[in-house]
Design a protein around this ligand. Structure first.
Ligand code: FAD
Ligand code: DHB
Length: 390
């Protein structure tokens, strides 16, 4: 089997890359570990930056996002019983859309299928070969048969648990990591929205986030022990915790409903450099992870893919390799910007058990600053909507 670009992983990075390449007449094959139903139902991100919205619309997969997603022009920071608004559009001229990642995936898979795009679901034993040669390949098993996909380039879009990153020789790689001693407990609940905009709340009991999915389904998160288990949290206990953390705010009250999804995610900041070696390139979570506080993970994956698409188009249309050569360096500038923002916001919003009372007061001082200084609020808003110069 042969294609121009072999892509490992059908997450947002792999599927969008495959579709953008197709629109430029470049052939690709996507190999995915899981089934279509599984990737289309895994609950993850919800916030799309303006640049992500634009990229999806340009790729012709933005229609449902526009009609079913909710355009938000600001969000709120809550602390010490106060609610303060960050006016994203007023400060930056840009906005965000709240639209679930698995809905983006449904739109991308549908577009690939409609274009006769080749996606192998439920593959196993994926391995990468010959990346230092001009004829790299990917071996995999599909429906009990072993295959070898020959291609010009291999793109590792296989997320944080994939096989691609390890194919870059350890001697050439440098990993940077910070693991946080807390995680997020996430729920989906059948209830009406309680706020027009997202609320990021700092509370002495821990962080909480009020997000949304639709007029009838809400998404909420609260800081928890990453080693805790979902089974330890009855619905009553979850509601008690959410009421305690977000009800005290001026005029906001959590509305209870049927909880139909619960999950716990650990939190870390991670960047792996270099993101390329020979004919192998990494994109998205395969190369970097941010804590979810800044809502950057999916958006960074889309950014990598846009950089990579431009580089591959320059190669196929003009036989230029300069953009491919510069890929890792170009992508990493934005990754570090988003990594710093996500880390900063995480440290400001969470209960830090390792922090002294003095440092905890500094969190409040910082929140006061970003919600009262136009300059500080603008910097935060630019980072949140992704309008940063890198
Ligand atoms: P993934 O989505 O991880 O896709 C990788 C794919 O590769 C998977 O489908 C996997 O099955 C497949 N795969 C793995 N190994 C192999 C293999 N060996 N062979 C073949 N296929 C393989 N980001 C935001 O921007 N905004 C948010 O609001 C936000 N909130 C989040 C909330 C939570 C609770 C979580 C967990 C994440 C959140 N993120 C958010 C992060 C975001 O979900 C990820 O950054 C995003 O999914 C990265 O996309 P990706 O395509 O790089 O990787
Ligand atoms: C959501 C997730 C985030 O990580 C975030 O910062 C905001 C919203 C969400 O899933 O809705």
């Amino acid at each position: 089997m042969r294609t121009q670009v072999g892509i490992i992983g059908a997450g947002p990075a792999g599927l969008l890359l495959s579709h953008l390449l197709h629109l430029r007449g470049i052939d690709s094959v996507v190999l995915e570990l899981r089934g279509r139903e599984q990737i289309e139902s895994t609950i993850r991100a919800g916030v799309l930056e303006q640049g992500t919205m634009d990229a999806l619309a340009e790729a012709g997969v933005g229609d449902r996002m526009k009609t079913e997603g909710a355009l938000h022009h600001g969000f709120e920071l809550a602390f010490e019983g106060k609610r303060r608004r960050i006016d994203l559009t007023g400060l930056t001229g840009k906005s965000i859309t709240v639209y679930a990642q698995h809905e983006v995936l449904k739109d991308l898979v549908a577009a690939r299928v409609a274009a006769d795009g080749k996606i192998f679901f439920n593959v196993s034993n994926t391995s990468i070969h010959g990346i230092e040669s001009d004829t790299p390949s990917i071996r995999f098993t599909h429906e009990d048969e072993e295959h070898e996909l020959y291609c010009d380039y291999v793109i590792g879009c296989d997320g944080s648990q994939g096989v691609s990153r390890a194919s870059i020789p350890a001697a050439l790689r440098r990993d940077y990591e910070r693991v946080f001693p807390f995680g997020w407990f996430g729920i989906l609940v059948e209830a009406p929205p309680t706020s027009d905009e997202l609320i990021y709340a700092r509370h002495d009991r821990g962080f909480a986030l009020v997000s949304t999915r639709s007029q009838t389904v809400q998404r909420m998160y609260f800081q928890c022990d990453p080693k805790d288990r979902v089974e330890n949290w009855t619905d009553d206990r979850i509601w008690a915790e959410l009421h305690a953390r977000v009800d005290s705010l001026e005029g906001h009250e959590v509305v209870e409903g049927r909880i139909f999804q619960k999950n716990i995610v650990g939190m870390r900041s991670f960047v792996s450099t270099t993101m390329q070696h020979g004919r192998l390139f990494l994109a998205g979570d395969a190369a970097h992870i941010v804590p979810p506080t800044g809502a950057k993970g999916l958006n960074l994956a889309v950014w990598d893919v846009r950089v990579l698409t431009a580089a591959l188009v320059a190669f196929y249309e003009e036989s230029r390799t300069d953009l491919l050569d510069a890929y890792s360096e170009t992508a990493l500038r934005r990754i570090w910007r988003a990594g710093q923002f996500s880390y900063w916001m995480t440290r400001m919003m969470h209960r830090l058990d390792d922090a002294s009372p003095f440092e905890q007061r500094l969190q409040i001082a910082e929140l006061e600053h970003v919600t009262t200084s136009r300059a500080a609020a603008t910097a935060m808003a630019e980072n949140y909507v992704g309008a940063v110069a890198v």
